[in-house]
Design a protein around this ligand. Structure first.
Ligand code: UGA
Length: 424
């Protein structure tokens, strides 16, 4: 099949590369001409494990091309995948401006039997609105909802081995046509109406955010009563109704999805006359978690941060990505800086101008009063903590990901404070 992908961001590039690997002909449309030039020369603009190989193999087989014109990308396409950002507007709701603009641009340029496929995360009812929009523009093209469930850092794996493929269509044939694109993957397909498909995406992300926030707050209770949260979640996770995944306490959730999608779902519910109080409490507790971790760092620095140096390991919102969008590390760094701390960070992949970046992890700890672990990069486990102890001025380590081995840290003469653990 011939597929146009509009938007060469994380979702567009992984989906495009993935569909090409399944044998489809993919034409990517991207307005950023520098990005197109980089992609054309084989340079992948984002750090995503497995993506460079996927794209280069697609290009070698002549199955992928990049275009600065969306109209050119959509030429002859059976499907037009919309992989566009739907950023959070000032009122918390999703901004659909880009999706609308592209549908307007392409409505009468695509083949009569083309299907618009909405991959972007959009509020329930969006596809219904787009269907009407296309009809109003006199376009015979159809539209389906087909949300993405790719995790950054594991996106290629998630494309190739999806837990499920969700297709929300008005017409059985359209659902079949989209599902057929993935026939060689042998994945479970959920077929439903577009509004329910859109809701599956918001419900999944909001549930995961709530689950994680429950675990984060549970860690705080464990700390208060002297229990070890790692043993508690291990015991909880053995219940097959709970499961072991997505139960690691941390400094709060970040990234381009959870903060935006939880806020958007509250807006969706509110517009429909329902106060999603539970989800509002999740967001409040998540923000509180960042403040709590910042407070821990303050305590570790002796109760005040003015003139103190904090070494921060990790700026990415999680390990495996160079993405710093809504990163808890940076939100916490802001709180520390507001109180007068000097934050020097190291990250193996990500960078930012919001804090001073050091060239290596030991350099970041030079003369630091506290070491704060913000992102769970496995490489931090390989660092000799005696080198850290020598470089630091202070002696406390605040590990907001429970990443390091407390025994190894203490053996180096440092004091270890985890999250929700005895002695934390
Ligand atoms: C999330 C969803 O997991 C994907 O299914 C979805 O497709 C994607 O959003 C999206 O909507 O595009 P992602 O934002 O890449 O994926 O990140 P996650 O791996 O879900 O992590 C989100 C946050 O939770 C991160 O800040 C991470 O550090 C945190 N987290 C996750 C924990 O603190 N503990 C955990 O056990 C798991």
């Amino acid at each position: 099949m011939q597929v146009a992908i509009i938007g060469a961001g994380y979702v567009g590039l992984v989906t495009g590369g993935g569909l090409a690997s399944l044998g489809h002909r993919v034409r990517l449309g991207e307005v950023d001409s520098d990005r197109v030039a980089r992609l054309d020369s084989g340079d992948v603009p984002i750090f995503e494990h497995g993506l460079p190989d996927l794209l280069s193999s697609g290009s070698e087989q002549d199955l992928i091309s990049y275009h600065t014109s969306n109209v050119e990308a959509a030429e002859g396409a059976d499907f037009i995948f919309l992989c566009l950002p739907t950023p959070q507007a000032d009122d918390g709701r999703a901004d659909l401006g880009l999706v609308h603009a592209v549908v307007d641009e392409l409505a009468n340029e695509v083949a009569d039997d083309a299907i618009f496929v909405v991959k972007s995360t959009v509020p329930p009812g969006t596809v219904a609105g787009l269907r009407k929009r296309l009809a109003d523009l006199g376009s015979p093209a159809r539209v389906v909802s087909h949300p993405e469930f790719l995790r950054e850092g594991k996106a290629v794996e998630d494309f190739m081995e999806p837990d499920r493929i969700v297709v929300g269509a008005y017409d059985e044939q359209d659902a079949e046509a989209v599902a057929d694109l993935y026939a060689s993957l042998d994945a479970k397909v959920v077929r439903t109406d577009p509004t329910s498909a859109e809701m599956i995406k918001y419900a999944s992300n909001s549930y995961l955010a709530a689950r994680l926030t429950f675990v984060n707050t549970l860690a705080n209770v464990c700390e208060a009563v002297g229990a070890d949260v790692l043993d508690v979640i291990s015991g909880m996770g053995m219940d097959h109704r709970i499961g072991r995944h997505f139960l690691k306490p941390g400094p709060g959730y970040g990234g381009s999805c959870f903060p935006k999608d939880t806020a958007a779902l509250i807006g969706v519910a509110e517009d429909a006359g329902y106060d999603f109080e539970l989800l509002r409490a999740v967001i409040d507790a998540d923000h509180q978690q960042r403040r709590r971790v910042a407070e821990k760092v303050r305590q570790a620095a002796g109760g005040g941060l003015r003139g103190r140096r904090v070494a921060m390991w990790g700026v990415a919102f999680k390990a495996g990505t160079d993405d710093v969008r809504e990163s808890p590390a940076l939100r916490i760094a802001e709180l520390l800086k507001e109180e007068g701390a000097d934050v020097v960070a190291y990250d193996p992949e990500a960078t930012t101008d919001q804090v001073t970046m050091a060239a290596d992890p030991i350099e970041a700890t030079r003369d630091a009063d506290v070491l704060f672990i913000a992102t769970e990069w496995p490489v931090f486990l390989t660092i000799d903590m005696t080198d850290v102890a020598k470089a630091m001025k202070g002696y406390r380590v605040v590990d907001s990901r429970n990443l390091l081995d407390p025994t190894a840290v203490r053996a180096a003469g440092l004091d270890y404070w985890g999250l929700g653990r005895p002695g934390a």
